[in-house]
Design a protein around this ligand. Structure first.
Ligand code: HXC
Length: 258
């Protein structure tokens, strides 16, 4: 049984919910918690009854960053040997869509974890930031890379070099957040978004997610080629036949993930 997270495999049809659960420490991301997220996502990725996953914290905090108390005494070689980023790499490789439901603080590693997710639903109270600079370090799990790709150089520089937080509204204007809702709805709205995805063909969703991510990782020509292969591949699925037949017959498609 995990100690620092809660897992609900069926919070809505085909939608699972993973909740960070170290509330007293504002969900500070210690190594154990990150490992638990990794294991949970591997399991959910392999579960045919799950088609989309919501990742949340609680109202006060999504996560206030990596656990500073756990890191404080470590030297560079300790950090190298611990190799925490192999855990992060595994999380990044989750095939199913991840919807982050964010309320309160999403700071440092918390903001980076949110950015690994594919979409972000935020409460009006959400705050995003990369405050590592204030404790003598810098972001290490994508905060200088994913953030820059999402919000652009100057805004990323401001966040990374000053450590100041941005509001949900600013994050929306920056393109970091998909949707802002009142705090009481942030989780239900994220579940709703995940449920919309879960109605689609899970194979098409997986290949589409893979293809969108390639936009960040490959030169355009190669990424277009990659996209095309995935597009062709979907014509080998029963879901493609079902989806198009349902359109022609004016009914709702019933995708089986085959
Ligand atoms: C360990 C943390 C923590 C953290 C909060 N806590 N953030 N513990 N690591 N990142 C603990 C506090 O020590 C405190 O415990 C309890 O949570 C409540 O926090 P407070 O500070 O009392 O709350 P508040 O005054 O409301 O301030 C909230 C806050 C502040 C602004 C979020 O806690 C804060 O600045 N936290 C650190 C944010 C940060 O620098 N994050 C980046 C970390 S480095 P006690 O026991 O005292 O009550 C990082 C690198 C990632 O993320 C690299 C990749 C892995």
């Amino acid at each position: 049984m995990p100690e620092f997270i809660l897992i609900n495999k069926q919070v809505a049809p085909f939608v699972a919910h993973v909740q960070l659960n170290r509330p007293k420490e504002l969900n500070a991301l210690n190594l154990e918690l990150m490992l638990e997220i990794k294991e949970a996502l591997i399991e959910l990725d392999n579960d045919p009854n799950v088609r989309a996953i919501v990742l949340s914290g609680n109202e006060r905090a999504f996560a206030a960053g990596a656990d500073i108390k756990q890191m404080a005494g470590r030297n560079a070689i300790d950090m190298l040997k611990i190799d925490q980023f192999s855990t992060w790499d595994s999380i990044r490789k989750t095939k199913k869509p991840l919807v982050a439901a964010i309320s309160g603080f999403a700071l440092g590693g918390g903001c980076e974890l949110a950015m690994i997710c594919d979409m972000i639903v935020a409460s009006e109270t959400a705050q995003f930031g990369q405050p590592e600079i204030s404790i003598g370090i810098m972001p290490g799990a994508g905060g200088t890379q994913r953030l820059t790709r999402i919000v652009g150089k100057n805004k990323a520089m401001e966040m990374v070099l000053t450590g100041t937080f941005i509001s949900a509204q600013q994050a929306k204007e920056y393109g970091l957040v998909n949707k802002i809702v009142p705090v009481e709805f942030y989780l239900s709205e994220a579940i709703k978004m995940a449920a919309l995805i879960a109605e689609k063909s899970p194979i098409a969703v997986q290949l589409a997610k893979e293809s969108v991510l390639r936009a960040y990782e490959m030169p355009l020509q190669e990424a277009l080629y990659f996209e095309r292969k995935n597009f062709y591949m979907l014509f080998a699925t029963e879901d493609q036949k079902e989806g198009m037949a349902a359109f022609v017959e004016k009914r709702k498609a019933n995708f089986q993930g085959k």
